[in-house]
Design a protein around this ligand. Structure first.
Ligand code: WTA
Length: 667
């Protein structure tokens, strides 16, 4: 064996050994941890109602404290239904009233360096929220009226969310990377009457034209009567008289106090869309009391939040992670957070490390896809900064590969910080499976244990629990306060999509998992037609129906290919309409088409033009074969195919794109 080969082999063995390493909390961390009583698991399991009632009383301030815990009429539940509270008062007023108005709620870090950085205190935030809430009321918006929010990562997005919560107007936040069509559909289907947006957002040093996109979107959403436009870059954007108003003019002259009306616990706080197994995104509904309880408790215990911490969740508020762990959980806990506007690699790959050093960040929460991008950029970037303020690291969005885990542990956490790998979903509202960092031994690649009060199990097709070590379907067999209550105006789909596989009492999240001999959970990715690209969910069917809207396309099939950075990447196959000639230009055009129609995150790695798609004799596309092709596996059974030769052609073309044998010079 040559020297280099031996070294490579040793390195590989090293990784394998590391994968089995276990990381118990240090004695020092364990003794000071917020959640330090191992009995909490048993207590919560034995008395679910008692446990959550106790937590909600401790963590929240209710106008009418609830006597009721769970009411479970499978698959529907309510929590604390006889209680009333105001979510924004819980996130703001009570902290200010307790004399903590000067505590920083957010350190805002703008993408252009040092430009608009500012510290926003709880008192500032409360005043801004009140002004905006008063202005909303002035527009006639009140309890139950849906407000759309399409913004970048600016503090005003949190202000608008909290102002909506204050007056009981459910918000629908749409991620700023989505297209006009995606935005329009989300506004239209929820009947939003107001859209709050901004002129442009900063991204990677460039400008994202949010207002122009919003203008196109509301053509598709006739319910939208008004737009409030925040000036962020100061660009000259078209404003329509009578319909559009500047944020500054909107709040001008409004009082900085606004009564926070108590809402019933089950009042809808927001809807948030996520991709499912059909072309139409689902609007997941969360309510007030249960959701806020759940995100507050999980946030404080899992991230070990103490009063002087500077906590940073580097997600975008446009996704559920930002809703729960940038806005509602942290503010309910009166936490100081960092809110960073821009791209992690702008202007250089050390931007995050610079922010951690500058603000003395203590907890840092991000996604594996970004950790892999940091690995690629090299350890010299974090090494150039003092990261010694960090106490804990978190991961979310997709399974974290052990190599990324160990790198994160070593180069970011300085081999000192516990890592919490947190499994959850838009539907679950908050974290469901994760270690409590002072109590549970971490294992790279495992999310470890269900949160106290959560019962999870791995089932086979028929609903029998599988043996430790074997893979199966993850299920949650008991409700929790942060559970989504329904899909907006589509309860039927709520039932059929999530509560039909194993009966109405068992929530089926759509993920594969296995439990090891110690009961720890290892997530195995989606088991349905949903892929996970950079921690974001995309539906294969949505991609397919978008492609067939293109005049050149007769039929389309989408699947996911593995990707070293993004986890998965969409790969599409299309059959052209008669008379259309295949060409590289057309394939590129179709790729861009998806980017325009859905958003850049959905742009496939490649669109491959084929002569036929692998179908069964009855005409069904064989998705399993597409997956084998995309993943570069040996092809499974092709005997049921109408024409087995088709799949060979697919495989040849796919390999040429994804796994070129002779990469072109210079690559
Ligand atoms: C995946 C994001 C493994 C999973 C909060 C889930 C994970 C989907 C993890 C939800 C994790 C999220 N380990 N897989 N720690 N966290 N996932 O709704 O497939 O955008 O079903 O919520 O992401 O994505 P969503």
């Amino acid at each position: 064996m040559g020297e280099a080969t031996r070294e490579a082999a040793e390195a590989a063995i090293d990784v394998l050994l590391q994968e089995r390493r276990e990381f118990p909390p240090s004695a020092e961390f364990a003794s000071g941890a917020v959640a330090s009583d191992p009995g909490v698991y048993e207590r919560a399991d034995a008395d679910l109602d008692g446990f959550w009632l106790e937590q909600t009383r401790e963590f929240l301030t209710w106008a009418t404290p609830p006597a009721q815990g769970l009411d479970w009429d499978p698959p529907h539940c309510t929590w604390f239904a006889d209680g009333a509270l105001n979510v924004s008062a819980n996130c703001l007023d009570r902290h200010v009233e307790a004399g903590r108005g000067d505590k920083v709620a957010y350190h805002f870090v703008s993408e252009p360096e040092d430009e608009d950085d500012r510290a926003i205190t709880y008192a500032d935030l409360l005043a801004d929220v009140c002004r905006f809430a008063n202005a909303l009321r002035g527009l006639g918006i009140g309890k139950g009226d849906v407000v759309g929010l399409y913004m970048g990562m600016v503090p005003e997005l949190a202000v608008a969310m909290l102002a909506c919560a204050r007056i009981g107007a459910p918000h629908v936040v749409v991620f700023g990377g989505f297209s006009a069509e995606a935005l329009g559909e989300r506004l239209e289907s929820t009947g939003a009457s107001l859209l709050v947006t901004q002129d442009e957002a900063w991204r990677k040093g460039g400008r994202v034209p949010l207002k122009v996109t919003a203008d196109a979107a509301i053509e598709l959403a006739p319910t939208v009567e008004h737009m409030v436009v925040l000036r962020r870059t100061g660009a000259d954007v078209p404003m329509q008289d009578g319909r559009d108003v500047d944020w500054a003019a909107f709040v001008d002259g409004q009082a900085d106090t606004c009564p926070a009306e108590p809402m019933e616990a089950e009042h809808m706080l927001f809807a948030l869309h996520t991709s499912g197994t059909t072309a139409k995104p689902k609007a997941v509904v969360h309510t007030s009391g249960g959701y806020l309880t759940y995100v507050a408790v999980t946030h404080r215990w899992i991230f070990d939040i103490k009063d002087d911490d500077v906590y940073w969740c580097a997600a975008d508020i446009g996704w559920v992670t930002g809703h729960s762990y940038i806005v509602y959980g942290p503010l309910a806990n009166c936490t100081t957070g960092v809110l960073y506007e821009g791209d992690p690699m702008y202007p250089a790959p050390d931007r995050h490390w610079d922010i951690i050093e500058r603000y003395g960040v203590t907890q840092y929460y991000t996604a594996p896809t970004l950790i892999r991008a940091f690995i690629k950029a090299g350890p010299e970037h974090p090494a150039g900064h003092d990261l010694s303020s960090l106490r804990l690291l978190g991961s979310v969005g997709e399974p974290i590969n052990p190599e990324a885990w160990v790198w994160y542990w070593k180069y970011i956490g300085g081999e000192r910080c516990p890592i919490v790998d947190t499994w959850w979903q838009t539907e679950t509202g908050g974290i469901m499976i994760s270690s409590l960092p002072g109590l549970v031994t971490a294992k790279p690649g495992s999310a470890t244990r269900p949160f106290p009060g959560i019962r999870a199990a791995v089932f086979d097709e028929r609903g029998n629990p599988v043996a430790p070590g074997s893979g199966g379907y993850l299920t949650i067999t008991r409700p929790w306060p942060g559970m989504f209550r329904t899909l907006y105006q589509d309860d039927e789909r709520y039932v059929s999509n999530y509560f039909s596989r194993y009966g109405h009492s068992t929530y089926f999240p759509g993920d594969g998992a296995r439990q090891d001999a110690e009961g720890d959970f290892w997530l195995l990715g989606r088991v349905d037609d949903v892929m996970n690209v950079s921690g974001h969910r995309l539906s294969t069917i949505e991609l397919e129906s978008t492609l067939v809207e293109h005049p050149a396309v007769a039929e389309a099939a989408a699947t996911a290919a593995p990707d070293p950075l993004t986890g998965q990447t969409p790969l599409c196959f299309v059959l052209l309409r008669a008379g259309r000639e295949p060409s590289d230009e057309l394939a590129a055009e179709l790729r861009e088409w998806i980017g325009e129609k859905i958003g850049k995150i959905a742009r496939p790695k490649a669109v491959i033009i084929v002569d036929d798609l692998p179908k069964t004799r009855s005409g069904k596309i064989m998705r399993r074969l597409l997956k084998d092709v995309a993943e570069g596996h040996e092809l499974g059974d092709t005997t049921t195919l109408r024409d087995p030769a088709v799949v060979e052609d697919l495989k040849r073309q796919t390999d040429a794109v994804l796994r070129p044998k002779d990469p072109p010079a210079g690559v």
